[in-house]
Design a protein around this ligand. Sequence first.
Ligand code: SAM
Ligand code: SF4
Length: 336
Amino acid sequence: MLPILGQNSLKDSYGRAIRDLRISITDRCNFRCIYCMPETGVKWKQKSEILSYEELTFLTEVFVSLGITKIRVTGGEPLLRRGVVRFIESLAKIPGIEDLAMTTNAYFLPEFAEKLSKAGLKRVSISIDSLRPRSFELLTKVNALDRVLAGIEAARKYNLTPIKVNMVVMRGINDLEIVDFATFARKYGLVARYIEYMPLDGPGEWRREMVVSGKEIYEQINEHYPLVPLHPNHKSETARRYGFADGTAGEIGIIAPVTEPFCGACSRIRLTADGQIRTCLFSLNEHNLRDLLRNGANRTDIVDFIAEAVLKKEAGHRINEPDFIPPERTMSCIGG
Ligand code: SAM
Ligand code: SF4
């Protein structure tokens, strides 16, 4: 089939316009979140396997010329990679990017927030899965809650807003903190996002019983702080959004990919640190853009390759199918 390339638009075979690119710049991380990475034995990619910033900037510019408007830089932990501020600066110069965001564990944000903001980063999403120091350490294997809180403060100081704070809710691990997390959002005017635990963990210990459903999360919060629905920001919004009925600042977002899949409106593709296009978080096949680029492909070849890859975007994930097979890469290696 011929690539469907309209005016500035990349469309998949189901007619979904692809607007959102998540770029992982490293598979390395200084945390070992239990839902993401095994604690030991992780084999990092070699430097030569990872796309250089020059390669990434060039490819991003090509993606943007094809209609991508939202870029999220992620990892692994993106702030671990040297030169990240200059990379953000080079992305910010690409005309056509309307939203330039980063997902980070915030450990290095106290040092980086000002520089990132000056470089042109618009906003950050920060992972913080527990507000209790001991439980934070059990979840991430690092005693760093204070640093992460300082990172959130720094993001606010340097206007990397709206700040979204992400909590992956796991039954028996941090589900007793659902309401506390909403209290935290209200206190600091944050967007608290509750994410269902997905089968993308390093240790391979995901069990359906550990998933706390979006419905259950909503009911717990709503009982304590009555919620009012908010309109989605855009058609492909992953989170169901709520405000507080009493008018207090802050927002709740519930992301329920397991119990309420939102694949029908998906506008995302991903580029891994080693240059593979992934058309779904759960893809079992990847598209090797790195080797194409390094073998001397010209811009037209790259455009065609991207368009062909997008045409192979899956209708949706198959987490709830009996024959579901999780991808080999963990979330840290895909780029969430
Ligand atoms: N290191 C950065 C961070 O933690 O924010 C960026 C990369 S991390 C892989 C991106 C996001 O993926 C985080 O918000 C994390 O909570 C989420 N994530 C990782 N593993 C997950 C899983 N098994 N289920 C749901 N979300 C997951
Ligand atoms: Fe690292 Fe982020 Fe994965 Fe935690 S979620 S291990 S901080 S990549």
